[in-house]
Design a protein around this ligand. Structure first.
Ligand code: ADP
Length: 271
């Protein structure tokens, strides 16, 4: 205004330019984030098309072979077997992709219920020890009986995370390997780890295991593994929607440990 002194004017200008700088920074950050997400989507789409193409090609060529006239019964069975296996791969991939999109859709509510942590994890562990997939493994539980924490979880989703970590621990380890579930309270969170003494993950790959663009070299994947490669992306999305985090530590040839956290229900939330 006409009455303000030059000092006040310049103060205002300084304040305004500081705010402008702040807004510019914030815009730049969200722009970078948008670009990152966009890049991840593009990479995912290109990976998905690649992952879809391999089984489709196999099914197409098995079909072409099946339509040949002079086929022995043996060959016919073999081609049908190939088609069946590759169809399963496709079905798993499509189902996991759909599941991931649903979990990530924050417009869709999860089915949260409050449960006592100790019995929940104990029960899961007992079920696992009677599951034949883990028959040859050394199953261990580290859980303080007096743990009285409660957690708000979507039970089916957390079970899916545990299933993924347990089956991976079994898939990527030999007979006799240890699979250990530990549950400890740390600073208002529960820290849940699934540790194995299996083959481990190369150091340079550890940071990529949760990425949906991560496809493992087939040389490292056992034949029986029919996973879509999206299991850990799904686990991460589920844990993040519970307000927790998930991490991986691994040493090639020694074993792997996945740790996730879940917020503990506080007394105030109980009131
Ligand atoms: P997949 O369906 O391929 O198992 P995941 O997302 O569950 O997909 O895991 C991604 C990759 O991470 C696996 O293919 C495997 O190479 C590696 N991985 C996961 N868990 C373990 C583990 N416990 N030990 C060794 N490698 C693992």
């Amino acid at each position: 205004s006409v009455f303000s002194t030059p000092e006040i004017e310049s103060e205002k200008v300084n304040e305004l330019s500081a705010r402008l700088l702040e807004v510019t920074e914030a815009l730049k950050k969200s722009n970078d984030e948008l670009r990152r997400v966009q890049r991840e989507r593009e990479e995912m789409l290109s990976n998905i098309s690649h992952d879809l193409r391999a089984p489709l090609t196999a099914i197409r060529s098995a079909m072409d072979c099946l339509s040949l006239e002079s086929l022995t019964e043996e060959e016919r069975k073999q081609y049908l077997g190939t088609m069946d296996r590759r169809m399963k791969t496709l079905e798993n991939l499509v189902a996991d992709m759909y599941y991931l999109f649903c979990v990530e859709d924050t417009g869709k509510k999860l089915d949260f219920v409050k449960v006592s942590a100790a019995p929940f994890f104990e029960e899961y562990f007992i079920d696992a020890t009677t599951d034949e997939r883990y028959d040859t493994k050394d199953m261990q539980l580290d859980l303080d009986e007096s743990l009285d924490a409660e957690i708000n979880i979507d039970i089916q989703k957390i079970i899916r995370v545990l299933d993924n970590l347990f089956t991976n621990a079994a898939k990527y380890s030999d007979d006799g390997a240890m699979i250990k579930l530990s549950v400890v309270p740390v600073n208002g969170f529960l820290q849940v780890s699934v540790r194995d003494t299996g083959m481990g993950i190369p150091e340079e790959d550890v940071k990529n295991v949760f990425g949906r663009t991560f496809t493992v070299s087939s040389a490292r994947t056992p034949n029986s593994a029919t996973g879509s490669g999206l299991g850990l992306s799904i686990a991460k999305a589920i844990i993040e929607r519970h307000g927790g985090t998930i991490d991986c530590e691994s040493k090639l040839g020694e074993g792997t440990c996945f740790t996730f956290t879940l917020p503990v229900v506080t007394e105030q939330q109980n009131l």
